[in-house]
Design a protein around this ligand. Sequence first.
Ligand code: SIN
Length: 468
Amino acid sequence: MSIPPCDVLVVGTGAAGLTAALVAAERGASVLMLTKGHAPDSSSWHAQGGIAGAIGDDDTAALHAGDTERAGRDLCRPSAVHVLVEEGPERVRELITMGVPFDPELSLEGGHSRRRVSSVEGAATGWAVTSLLGRRALRSDRIATIEATAVLSLLAADGRCIGVLTPEGPVTARATVLAMGGAAALWARTTNPAGQIGDAVAIAVTAGAAVADMEFMQFHPTVLEGSRLLLTEALRGEGATLIDSAGERFVDELAPRDEVARALVRKGRAFLDLRSIDRSRFPGLMAEIERSGFDPAVQPIPVSPAAHYTIGGIVTDLNGRTDINGLYAAGECAATGVHGANRLASNSLLECLVFGRRAALAALDEPPLPASLRDAAAHEPAAPPERVAPESLREQVWRDAGVMRDPAALTELAASPDPVASLVARFALARAESRGVHYRIDVPAPDPAFEGHFVLRPGRGLALEHWT
Ligand code: SIN
């Protein structure tokens, strides 16, 4: 099968990819969306709590920025935070206009000083937003979607990215937008769909793009023991408590996520007590908990942390541009610096909407691909095999680069043949301090000498950069 060229190729069908595709198509571009799974396999689809945005009467973009920066532990890139919080409310209002049935009340989540999270049925926000955007993409005659087609590498010619190589052959485009999600499924215990193993970073690094912040994997504290079922932070916003085996509370439930995750690990076994909250606000989630064999009305639910969100990724500017011409990245696979060392709850769907749109607008400025470059794609060498993450690798990543890290284990992981696992370990070794989601047992405090982003640029090795 030969896949026809398009103006904008979007890899990934989550909220960032759908946003980029719709924005580009609305402006007349022909768009092809590719995904290695099926469209609803994205992390966005599974996102629960919601979308942060200063739309409440008592809220401002400045307050949202302050909370984002506090959670990010002195590492958020100020210009990216400014864009996120200033443009965020408009993106949320657009979704309201499109018909997303947001709950009448804003939710509260950890690290937020205001109720500012828009959610659907308490915990069905990702599904509601991505299915609505997905239906709009299906209706657009400028957007085609091909599922079950992995991207094996990027195609480059004449100093620019000209598309991607798939098992079906090359796909060329004026601009390529990677919106492929993160790497949390590289950890054995994760909330993410199985395919989220950092493919975007793997192919971008091979092509010579810079990556940053790979040491920062965010662990969500409240995931049902022995499963991938996330119990949204909004439950704690409604008053759910975390208790130990003796029924005692042991942590501020609304502290930033990294603190809560470490408190759970230190405690050993913990339970989320939902008995006193208004559970009717979360109908779908309560049904899922019951299907998993627990009755939230009578028993506290056993929870423990799981890898949830990849803060690091492909370095981009505020318009999704990577340092390879014609290549853009948005959403979880991108590193704009907006989350610093710890993402504030519910800033990730917002990031997809804000930076997915910006990436699409910038991509539209790419010049057409001359026929000679399209022809060059036909002569690409054979594609590399599709990357896989066997259980043994995922167990090792969980063990060696988990919530609490020690340098000996990281050194072993750095030698992994898997490029993303190895990068995580190399970045985590370089950051010889503890900050946000990255905790080193040998250096348990932050060190001002590390107030910057570790970046790996081709030919330059790992170096600390200061992003404004
Ligand atoms: C949650 O609902 O707790 C997760 C939302 C997020 O990761 O921001």
